[in-house]
Design a protein around this ligand. Structure first.
Ligand SMILES: O=CC(=O)O
Length: 394
């Protein structure tokens, strides 16, 4: 049952290529091995029709056991507020593998609950974990972050409690790359303004007195060519874009050739040549305010800045100034600081800015995949197995 349900959960997700399949394989292996070890309780064999791994259809069998809720390892799910529908779905997933304990239940019965909690499930980058919480969880072994960015977690402090942190790089790559492309296209073709004109009661006809720019054959500069950046490059290639990238580590030659990407050792070169600059770096002390006044002034006045990483990678005041004085053409931001921006923030008043509320992974499939990847990570830690995606403090 354990295994069949886990695979059933994966069924609605379309087969993905490359790294996403890796996630399936990890989950497959971990879930199957978890099943094999449960030999003391009610065991039965079950046959599965479909394996979601790249090998295609394949039959596997596994032994599983039925566990009472109290026997399952305890996972604390942090209260993220405002996302009740999403939380309900996640809760249903988590309950298949864990004794799920909400923050409310934990606070109401701290003494009993704190002993049971072996893992914490963090939904995306919203809630953080403080020292006080860690001190109250003596049996905590792992914090499973659902999402790739862990800049909201104090990794050194968490590690000092002997607690591991994991993330979900595989599940986030495709949807985040999609939102990067969506923002680039929407900003280039002024989609939001177009929608506003279309729904405006004053509009007599749809003729517009402004023009967009084309993405096709334009130059895209990717700053941060990790797995999301690479997926953006794959998509951009279909638009015949010229692709430049800047990264701490140069990608392998075959990888560059596969997407036609050119490495810029100096970020300045990329900024000067690109029509669209897309930020996809992790937020670290090195990337904090990576793009400020100087960098913006190097960009073409016709260029667009797209940010799908973290708000603090840009000096936001400098960006406001650059957009107001047309140092650059436009910006499209899925991330800002703070999130959300205060209603009177100048960025919200500019018509050459598109802002979305950090929705890079806000899809039915991504939430599901991230939860599965986080669950696989947590189970690996609890079962003493190799951890698919552990994050280490620097
Ligand atoms: O922002 C989303 C993530 O870090 O996965």
């Amino acid at each position: 049952m354990f295994v069949s349900k886990a695979f059933n959960l994966l069924k609605p997700i379309p087969l993905m290529s490359g790294q996403s399949n890796l996630a399936y394989k990890f989950i497959h292996q971990l879930v199957a091995s978890h099943g094999r070890r449960c030999h003391r309780s009610v065991i039965y064999k079950q046959r599965y029709r479909t394996c979601p791994c790249s090998a295609g259809r394949q039959t596997i069998s596994a032994q599983t056991k039925v566990m009472a809720k109290e026997e399952l390892p305890g996972v604390l799910i942090l209260d993220i507020g405002g996302t009740q529908g999403v939380l309900e779905n996640l809760a249903a997933l988590l309950k298949k593998h864990f004794h799920l304990i909400t923050m409310k239940e934990f606070l109401e019965n701290k003494e009993e609950m704190s002993k049971k909690i072996q893992s914490v499930f963090v939904f995306e980058c919203r809630p953080t974990i403080d020292r006080e919480l860690l001190e109250s969880l003596p049996n905590l072994k792992v914090i499973g972050n659902s999402g790739v960015g862990v800049d909201h977690l104090d990794l050194k402090m968490i590690s000092s409690f002997g607690v591991k942190v994991t993330n979900t790089p595989h599940a986030v790559a495709d949807p985040t790359a999609d939102i990067g492309m969506a923002l680039m296209l929407a900003s280039a073709r002024r989609l939001v303004e177009g929608c506003q004109i279309a729904v405006s009661p004053d509009t007599k006809h749809f003729a517009v007195d402004w023009l967009g720019v084309e993405v096709t054959r334009a130059t895209l500069g990717i700053i941060g060519m990790g797995s999301i950046g690479y997926k953006v490059a794959q998509r951009a290639r279909a638009f015949n874009m010229r692709i430049l990238y800047h990264n701490r580590n140069r990608r392998r030659k075959e990888e560059e050739e596969a997407v036609g990407a050119h490495y810029c050792e100096k970020m300045e070169d990329l900024l000067q040549q690109s029509d669209f600059v897309m930020l996809i770096v992790n937020l670290t002390p090195e990337t904090h305010r990576l793009i400020g006044k100087k960098e913006l002034s190097l960009m073409k006045p016709t260029a667009t800045l797209i940010n799908i990483s973290r708000g603090a990678v840009i000096d936001q005041d400098a960006l406001v100034e650059a957009l107001q004085s047309k140092v650059i053409r436009a910006a499209a931001l899925d991330v800002t600081y703070p999130e959300p921006l205060p209603r009177d923030h100048p960025l919200l008043k500019l018509n050459n800015v598109i802002i979305t509320p950090h929705i890079g992974t806000a899809t039915v499939q991504a939430i599901h995949m991230m939860a599965e990847e986080a669950i696989a990570n947590i189970l690996a830690v609890l079962n003493g197995q190799p951890i698919p995606s552990e994050v280490f403090p620097k």
